[in-house]
Design a protein around this ligand. Structure first.
Ligand SMILES: [Ca+2]
Ligand SMILES: [Ca+2]
Length: 262
């Protein structure tokens, strides 16, 4: 009889362990130990599950502040964290989409608040979107991390932001552009400058600006000239409805920022 109990107990333990392993980090009490950091917004748990921190977009490899966000996330290694699910369980890469908490610290939010990641909420996972936006505004206002202002921010001026090209934008990419003016008082060479929309970065080919001159940064193709430089995209990059534009200098610092919603 005792043997039977023992066998039943063993069976129960095996079954529970199996269920525990099967269900992923959400359905089972949502807590786990972090084993390592994969990139600025992805971690691996002790059981091998991969978790993408949502509501944020961290700088990628070779982008400014990538090392800083990695250092920050590495503080989670070996720690026991709590995870919260929004609507979507996993992304198409099989990563669990989660908000991560270390004790009282909301890790995703604090990365945005300290300027180490952008706020980036994707439908339908928008539970904390307002908090992320607020955190980002705080980081911007205080010029933290990725929001550090460029030395050029006082004298490179946005003259025009023509995000809505004439007619169908997809067929008129030459008419989607921003114009910037050099009021820095000297000729300058812009190397490694980029623009960023809500979703990602676009490299601007090296260009020069004489003091007092204006240059158009055009979405479509064309031949660079003293007054135009081309991003050579085959799709529009600026939404006609709602977007955020950032112009960054070669150090990744913010020269210009313009958000709009129509
Ligand atoms: Ca557009
Ligand atoms: Ca249009």
């Amino acid at each position: 009889m005792r043997k039977l109990y023992a066998m039943a107990a063993v069976f129960a333990i095996v079954l529970l362990t199996f269920l525990h392993l099967r269900t992923g980090p959400d359905e089972r009490g949502i807590e786990a130990t972090v084993s390592r950091v994969i990139d600025g917004d992805t971690i691996e748990l002790a059981n091998g599950d991969v978790v993408r921190l949502i509501g944020i977009d961290a700088p990628e490899k070779n982008q400014p502040y990538n090392e800083d966000v990695l250092d920050e996330l590495r503080k989670l290694e070996g720690k026991y964290v709590r995870m919260e699910k929004d609507v979507t369980n996993k992304d198409r890469y099989g990563r669990y989409l989660r908000y991560v908490y270390l004790g009282d610290h909301f890790v995703n939010l604090e990365l945005v608040q300290s300027g180490l990641a952008y706020a980036y909420s994707v439908n339908p996972d928008k539970k904390h979107e307002d908090s992320f936006k607020e955190a980002e505004r705080y980081a911007m206002e205080n010029e933290l991390g990725i929001w550090k202002k460029s030395d050029y921010s006082d004298c490179i001026v946005l003259e025009k932001f023509h995000y809505n090209a004439k007619g169908d934008d997809t067929k008129n990419l030459a008419d989607e552009y921003l114009s910037i003016k050099n009021e820095c008082g000297s000729d300058m060479e812009m190397l490694g400058w980029r623009v960023r929309n809500r979703y990602g970065y676009f490299d601007i080919p090296a260009f020069e600006m004489d003091g007092g001159s204006t240059v158009r940064i055009v979405t479509g193709n064309g031949t660079s000239s003293p007054d135009s430089v081309f991003l050579s995209r085959d799709m529009p990059i600026w939404s006609n409805k709602e977007d955020s534009m950032y112009l960054m200098d070669g150090q990744g610092r913010v020269v210009l920022e313009k958000s709009y919603r129509n």
